[in-house]
Each structure stands twice: as C-alpha cells, then as structure tokens.
Design a protein around this ligand. Structure first.
Ligand code: CA
Length: 713
C-alpha cells in the first residue's frame, strides 16, 4: 500500500490517501506525534482511497507528525490545520509584535505556536564576527506569542531570536524589525524619534482629491541618479534624489529636477525595503539588482544609504527623501513585494514557524506560482496581519502615499480589501494598486486578487494589460505589434481602454476609473522604444518617435490613472534587454545624454501632463458620470478613434474637447459638430496653448498622431 497526501485537518483529525485500501489493517498503522509519542486513534472511516482518522487527543503542533504503515513512513503536513478556525481561535494574535522600545525597558514579542522554546539574543555588533557571545534571555509563551521584558535601556543594541522548533535551533531576524545592522543580518534597537529629519512631524503629503488625479512615475533609487553625468553628488542613494536643481554637463535637468519639470504627481519607487544581501552586498554595492527579493519588510535597504553600517542612517535618509519629495509637490508610492520571500527554506519566517507563512503543495513542497522560490499565504491570518501591519507602519512612520503591490494576484481578495480598509483609517487618499495577474498559486480562482475579480475590490487599482498590449502588442511576443505600430482592427479595443476599461454592457475589466492603471510599459519587459524598434524593423527613426508619442498620449488622455516608466519621456532604451533585473548600471540607468537627444519627445510628454493636470475632463472619477460625458465619433476612418469629452466634463473650463488618435501613417479628416475648434495638441506640440483655430465641421489629424481640439461655443 502506497501512502500519499497525509494531513492534519483538525486537532483531532488526520486524513491520508492511499493507492489501494482493500487490505487495509488499522493495527498496522502508526501515527507518531513527536519522539516516542504514538497518537491514540479513536476511530477511522474509509471512503474510496481516503482514510479519515479520529484521534483521542489533540495533535501537538510543536511536534512534527509522521504516519507509518508497514515499511512506509510519510510526513503528515499541517497546512489545513493552520487554516482552520480551531487554530485561529487559539493562536491568532491581534496585538502588536516585534519590539516596543522605551528608555526604561524594551518588550520583545515573537509569534510562533510551533516553537518549543525561544530566546532573545542581544549583541553589541551588527553581524556575526569577532566571536562576540550574545546575552541570552529566555522568553515565555502565551498561546503562541513569546515575550520578554528587559528593564534596561537597550538602545543601540542588536538582536535576533533563537527559536527551537521541530528539534532544530534557528537564529532568526525579527520579521517586524524596524532597524537593521549591515546586510540585514540582525535587528537593531533604536529610538525612532531620533531618526526623524527636522520638521518631519509636520511633513504633509501634497493633496490629491481622487486617485484619477494621480500621474504615476516609476523609477528606482539607483537608476535615477547613477549616470556619471547626472550632476547628482550622492549617486544611487536615497539622498541623491533629494538634491534639487541638478543638471547634466549639457545643462539638461536631471533626477528630481527632471521629475519636477515633467510634472507628474506621484513617484513610484521600486523596492527600497531591505532586499537580500545575495543580490546587493551593502558593504560593497557593486552588483545591480532591482530588489524584488525581500529580506526584511519593515526597514529600508542599506545600499541606498550613505552609511549602511549605521542603522539609523538609512531610516533618516529615506525620511529625508520622502520629506523632500513632498515639499516639491510629489507623492511617494512604495513598491511592496509580499508575494514571496528571499531564501526558499532558509528564511526568517520558515526559521520561526516552519510551514505557516507559505503555501504548500500536498507533498509539502513550496508552491511557486510567483516563479520565485515560495508563494506566501495571505489567507493565513497571521501573514495577512503581517502585510497589513507592515503597510500601516510604512504609511504612518514614513508618510508613504500609496502602495504598488507586486504580483497582487498571488494574494487573496479579502486581504486586499482589509488593507484598503486599514489604509482608509489613516487616509482614504493612500493609493493601493497592483499587478492582478492570474498565476498558478494554490488559491481558489474566486479568491485571487486578480483583474477578473476587480469588481470585488472597490478602489483597488490594477495594472491594465489590455491597454498595454492593445497599444504596442503583446509583451510575450517581442515581434507583435499594436494599435500605434500598425496592427489593424483595434479601434473597439482602444475605445474600451479610453474609458478606463470599465465593464459597460458586460465587456470590460473594471467598475470605476480609479481601478485602471493605464500604461504601455513598466520596468518589466522591453522598454517601449525597444519594443517598437524590434516589432517595426521597417520604420524609420522619426516614425518610431511618433508611435512612441502616440502610445503615451493615449495613456495620458485616457480615463483612469496614467503610469509612466521613468525615461520613457526620452525614449529610454535598455539595449533590448527584456529583463534587466540584474543588468549593470549602464543598461538600467537613466541616460541624461540620451535625454539631450530627445528633448522634443520630453517636451511633448510634459505638455500632455500639463494638459491632463489642467483639464479635469481627462480625470473623471465616477462611472455613470463618465458614461454620460464621453461620446465616440462614428464613421471615422480605419485605425482612428475619436471622441468628445462634453459639457464641461468634470468641471472643465473647456466645453467640448475632441481627441483624435490616428494610427495611420497618413493624415485623416474627421467629421465633427460644427464650431470654432482650437487645436492644442498635434503630432509635434502638446499642451494647452492654442496652435491653430479651425471653424469647420471637419478636423484634421496628421499621420501617427494624437490631436486635441476644444471649443467653448
Ligand atoms: Ca539589503
């Protein structure tokens, strides 16, 4: 008889499957729950190839559980019991975890119902060297929470936990650690009040009324300033992006100066929580890495600070950056990566409570829907709580204005809604959006936080892959083209995208405009420029530039929330490297010399941003209102979409606005209501200034262009 899929489903119930139960003899079955501890089986039932055992006493989860039949032994996994109400009733802990510091005492709390003992280890040094012995303190347990109170001022000491679990002794970093030693190997006890720059308590975020008012700009701390000609002193550091009025040697605005000039509202910063020292060694940060491999969720990355050996420095400098961006009218959105955790088994969560924080296959192996080592389990109450606590902490301690959730589709709908609710308690202006991709993780389809469940998650945004791929072609096929690059019959799709892909007449993705993050490229995949070059071999340089501008002018004029990948505004290239997550700086950095060659494109993007910011018609926030204030113009030529934003839409100062997207290489004429139309955007110029006035019932749009006209009569 072959055993498989053995699991504890309730404290007194074990289920397993076998290939052939015809000769099954219960007397030959042994259930071991810890050394020398044979569980008492009260009764059993057989149904097809499944056996259900009812036990006399509760399974002790502090011991591993094995089932033996004749010569075969199988581990009984705890996955189901950890998801059960029974378990949560005893062990779910609602209170704060981690450390609570004061001058008089510090309280340490760690959650691990599986641990048989936990000790607090205190150190003077930030990493294991110099043969320093730790000072050990035994911790006590109440229902899975281990705690100790030390009546001493422990400021400036380092700490870890020594967890004895399933006969192993693991040293782990507190998942709630707010400050860290070099490379994140130890937590650090600090007084957070001392990490605030001057005036930080009075730091206020710029005001936005609706999420649709946001214009997102994705960048990385390193990319934005590392170029030798960036004019930034602290290149690749948090405070490099604090430097104001920086220019390249050619007098081109760079870094913060550049972002301000462009006019976006939100800077979305790629991972800046502490990521794995395997990716970037904080002692010698020569290697490049995007940082999508979290190591400590609640403290900043050390390689972005000017002194990673000084634990308060990274906190102080990140706060200084956020304060500076706020002062310059920019909100700060954080890229968070809770979907997996660096180090397959050898990570802090697994060291503290093996088998709890991740999703497991029936054979006990990690589920890898993320394509990384281990999918986390947001449906488990204590990981859900961890995610919520973590985001609340960043929002309150660091004044973060929004969260971009990496591979959000790995998480569950309920968790995302609870995060939205918790953020609302701080401010309903904090943005929450992410990648709602449907990946093969172990979660029922209806529970996944994916685009097709967007209707279950009000006011949570999703990266809109429909607009992305309609505009430029699929990201999974480099040679595929889209609307801007000559693919035919995409007019209906474009119309859908223009209306934030809202689900009108059972066709669409979203319920409200603020659910659609409109974009054509992000840090993943080829840059827009590279994609257009690869997929349009025959097109000349000027034509590619027109396609580039057409793509993002659709993003920036569509309803929803526009998103730009930094450098797009000057046709960023990564030499056609699709996944540059660990490519060198010269591939990833923003190249200010290139900007000097594409100043016309930069000016065009800038003009579109100004147009969007000054004209609320492009930022309608209500679905019904949107439906009644947009009208598509019929009988337009092929590969053309034209529409009117009408009746002073959303309080606009212009009565009627006509937007024409012409993807043909030749000019077209559109039949429109008669009037005196003022053109503000054409193929070369964009913005709000009048380029020409036409009194007619025909308007022209040149080849591969977006044209915007308005009339007030
Ligand atoms: Ca690190």
């Amino acid at each position: 008889m072959k055993l498989y899929d053995a699991c504890v489903t309730e404290f007194k119930k074990v289920i397993f499957h076998a290939d052939d139960l015809s000769c099954f003899d219960i007397k030959k079955l042994i259930l071991m729950n810890g050394e020398g501890n044979i569980a008492n089986i009260k009764s059993y039932t057989i149904c097809n190839n499944k056996v259900e055992l009812e036990l006399k006493d509760n399974i002790n989860i502090k011991n591993e559980c094995y089932i033996s039949y004749e010569n075969i032994t199988k581990k009984v996994i705890y996955t189901d019991i950890f998801n059960s109400k029974e378990f949560n009733k005893i062990y779910y802990h609602d209170g704060p975890l981690g450390i609570l510091y004061s001058k008089e005492y510090t309280i340490f709390k760690l959650w691990s119902p599986a641990a048989s003992s936990v000790k607090l280890l205190l150190y003077m040094s930030s990493e294991p060297y110099e043969n320093e012995k730790s000072i050990k303190h035994e911790m006590k347990e109440i229902d899975g929470v281990w705690y100790v109170l030390i009546r001493q001022n422990l400021k400036n000491m380092y700490y870890t936990f020594e967890v004895e679990v399933y006969n192993r002794i693991n040293e782990a970093v507190d998942p709630y650690a707010k400050a860290l030693g070099i490379n994140g190997h130890r937590g650090y006890i600090t007084d957070l009040l001392e990490t605030n720059p001057r005036g930080f308590k009075n730091d206020n975020s710029p005001v936005i009324n609706n999420f649709t008012d946001a214009i997102l700009y994705e960048t990385s701390i390193r990319d934005i300033s590392i170029h030798p000609d960036s004019g930034v002193v602290n290149k690749g550091k948090f405070i490099g992006l604090c430097e104001e009025n920086t220019f390249s040697s050619k007098g081109i605005s760079t870094a913060l100066n550049h972002i301000k000039e462009l006019g976006v509202t939100h800077v979305q910063i790629m991972p800046f929580f502490d990521f794995s020292f395997h990716s970037v060694d904080e002692k010698n940060p020569q290697n490049y890495n995007w940082g999508y491999d979290p190591q400590n969720y609640n403290a900043p990355e050390g390689s972005y600070s000017t002194n990673p050996y000084e634990p308060n420095c990274r906190i102080y400098e990140l706060k200084e950056l956020i304060q500076t961006l706020h002062k310059n009218g920019l909100c700060v959105n954080m890229d968070v990566v809770y979907n997996h955790y660096a180090g397959e088994e050898n990570n802090n969560f697994e060291k503290i409570f093996p088998g709890y924080y991740f999703r497991f296959n029936n054979d006990g192996s990690f589920v890898k829907g993320t394509g990384c080592e281990n999918d986390t389990a947001s449906e488990r109450l204590m990981f859900r709580k961890f995610m919520i606590d973590s985001m609340i902490y960043w929002a309150t301690e660091y004044h973060i204005d929004g969260f971009r959730v990496d591979l959000m589709g790995i998480h569950d709908v309920e968790t995302m809604n609870l995060i939205r609710e918790s953020l609302n308690n701080i401010s309903s202006k904090i943005m929450l959006y992410g990648e709602g991709w449907n990946l093969g993780t172990k979660l029922p389809e209806e529970d996944k936080a994916i685009i097709s469940n967007a209707y279950k998650m009000p006011h949570i945004g999703h990266f809109n892959d429909m607009i992305r791929d309609t505009l430029k072609g699929s990201v999974f096929n480099a040679w595929d083209t889209g609307f801007v690059s000559g693919k035919q019959y995409l007019e209906q799709q474009i119309k859908k995208c223009v209306t934030a892909s809202i689900n009108f007449n059972n066709y669409g993705l979203f319920q409200t405009p603020d659910q659609s993050i409109n974009y054509v490229s992000a840090h993943d995949n080829n840059t827009l420029w590279d994609k257009l070059e690869i997929s349009n071999g025959g097109s000349g340089f000027e034509e590619l530039k027109k396609m580039h501008k057409l793509a993002n002018s659709i993003v920036l004029t569509s309803q929803g929330i526009p998103f730009l990948c930094s450098g797009e505004e000057f046709c960023r290239t990564k030499n056609k490297i699709e996944n540059s997550y660990k490519s060198p700086d010269y591939i990833n950095r923003l190249d200010w010399e290139r900007k000097a060659h594409f100043l016309d494109t930069f000016a065009y993007y800038k003009g579109l941003i100004k147009l969007r910011k000054e004209h609320p018609a492009f930022r309608m926030n209500d679905t019904e209102y949107l439906a009644s204030h947009i009208e598509f113009i019929c009988n337009t030529p092929r590969n053309v979409v034209a529409y009117i934003l009408k009746d002073y839409a959303n309080g606009d100062s212009w009565k009627d606005i006509i937007v024409i997207y012409n993807a043909n290489t030749y000019p077209v004429k559109i039949h429109v209501p008669f009037g005196t139309w003022k053109q503000v955007t054409d193929v070369y110029v964009s913005g709000t200034e009048i380029i020409r006035t036409v009194t007619d019932f025909h308007l022209e749009a040149s080849g591969i262009s977006t044209c915007v006209y308005y009339k007030n009569n």
